[in-house]
Design a protein around this ligand. Structure first.
Ligand SMILES: [Zn+2]
Ligand SMILES: [Zn+2]
Length: 458
């Protein structure tokens, strides 16, 4: 029989940054229950001190983290990031000149110039990932945090708070910074380059945006938005999977909810859909992976960009670009492009395909190792956009006519689609499937042995 509720049954990571007691308005319920998003194990959360995070004892996934002054910190960072974004799009970004012919661009021209070069989908991807979605995210974060500071909640606060988690994986301002660095190194020897105010503002914006996402304490946010935590359904046991009790943890706010007989439900706190397992997870992942694999062929066969120099136009494929850079001594940039454009996409597709293949089977490898591999594929996927951003930046910047210019090739679209499709494939994959065989085997025996065997009992 699964053990009754007697928390805390989680690991605490990070020593407290403050020994002072939690603030008065701190979530202090000792019996808040969570189902791990990655392995579905049900645990009781302890009260968290600022700087601490509670991790799943089975797979190590983060269940909740506590920041000090979560509302004020997130609000201050989001406002600062918004100011930096406004500065980044208002001033000149980079100036480029060769033999007296110069060109100065603003950062948004990296998207508009792709549109002018008949690459509307790539232009849209750059615009959304670098400017529109981060701006939406910052506005949403400011709205929700102000709502928490006021005595009455602002309208649509819950809907907007739910949106935050969905936008986060698609923001790529930090990847764009790496793309800019690679572009600058690529053209450093060919022309004179000077950096504008916007360049530094953009770096500040990307770093502040990253800090804003890290400062967002979603456990605290939902606890405060709903004025506490609704009580969990009757009869939940810790030390068992949620699915075995016909329950599911909400991926947005963490609350555990009861499912209907078909394994579906909706979260009573945030309204998100609940599923015992994501419906048709493996089918969607396979379909998206196969499409990405097919598109990866033209992404490598066709040129990703054309460089025109003194009237002659040369096509550049991804691999051709890496070889060119390596042969001209630019090893660091060659390695960055090779890792981001070749190793990461291929590695990610192979890793995800393998996970899809082994998910329905009993684990030959430890499930925690498989879960770590899944986390890695989720984390690294977006960094492959570096090469697409490099093409967008060079196309906007190098426009000195027949003397020297760059235009995007068909592989840019194919490669951008590979990146997006593999990201969606990773999102469709349900990591809880990797633990199902373990769960059923252990629950049939004694659930307590899971803690004792791994030596992680708090
Ligand atoms: Zn877990
Ligand atoms: Zn929820």
């Amino acid at each position: 029989m699964p053990s009754p509720i007697h928390g805390p049954l989680v690991r605490l990571r990070n020593t407290p940054i403050s020994e002072h007691p939690a603030p008065e308005h701190h979530p202090t319920s000792r019996r808040r229950l969570r189902a791990c998003h990655e392995c579905d194990w049900v645990m009781a959360l302890p009260p968290l001190q600022p700087g601490q995070q509670a991790c799943c004892i089975r797979c190590g996934g983060v269940l909740a983290k506590r920041n000090s002054l979560p509302v004020q910190r997130c609000l201050a960072l989001a406002v600062s990031a918004s100011i930096a974004l406004i500065a980044a799009i208002s001033f000149p970004f980079i100036r480029f000149s060769v033999r007296g012919i110069g060109n100065q661009i603003e950062v948004t021209q990296t998207a508009t110039e792709m549109l002018a070069q008949h690459q509307p989908i790539v232009a849209l991807m750059v615009l959304m990932a670098v400017f529109v979605l981060p701006a939406l995210y910052l506005m949403a974060a400011i709205w929700v945090q102000i709502s928490l500071l006021l005595p009455h909640r602002l309208p649509w606060s819950r809907t907007i708070a739910r949106m935050l988690g969905h936008i986060t994986p698609w923001m790529m301002a930090d990847v764009f910074i790496v793309g800019t660095m690679v572009s600058l190194i690529k053209i450093a020897g060919l022309a004179e380059v000077s950096l504008g105010v916007s360049f530094w503002a953009f770096i500040a914006y990307a770093l502040l945006l990253l800090a804003t996402t890290l400062s967002l304490d979603s456990d605290w946010l939902w606890f405060s938005l709903s004025g506490g935590e609704p009580s969990a359904p009757e009869g939940i046991h810790t030390g068992a999977t949620a699915a075995s009790q016909n329950l599911a943890g909400c991926h947005t706010c963490g609350l555990i909810g009861r499912l209907d007989e078909h394994g579906h439900g909706s979260c009573e706190r945030c309204g998100e859909k609940l599923h015992a397992r994501k419906p048709r997870s493996l089918q969607y992942s396979w379909a998206l992976l196969l499409t990405a694999a097919v598109l990866y062929i033209p992404a490598n066969l066709y040129p990703i960009m054309y460089t025109t120099s003194l009237g002659s136009s040369d096509p550049n494929t991804i691999i051709g670009g890496v070889i060119y850079l390596a042969s001209h001594g630019s090893w660091p940039v060659a390695i960055v492009i090779f890792v981001a454009s070749v190793l990461v996409p291929i590695g990610k597709m192979l890793a995800l395909a393998w996970l899809c293949l082994v998910a329905p089977r009993a684990p030959g490898m430890r499930s925690s190792t498989r879960t770590r591999l899944y986390r890695l594929t989720e984390f690294i996927g977006r960094w492959s956009m570096v090469d697409v951003f490099v093409v967008a930046i060079l196309t906007a910047l190098i426009r000195a006519g027949a003397l020297m210019s760059v235009s995007p090739g068909p592989a840019a679209l194919a490669f951008a689609c590979v990146v997006i499709l593999t990201m969606v494939a990773a999102m469709c994959f349900d990591p809880r499937l990797l633990w199902d065989e373990v769960s059923s085997a252990k629950i049939k025996g004694s659930d307590a042995s899971i803690y004792d065997n791994q030596g992680r009992t708090p």
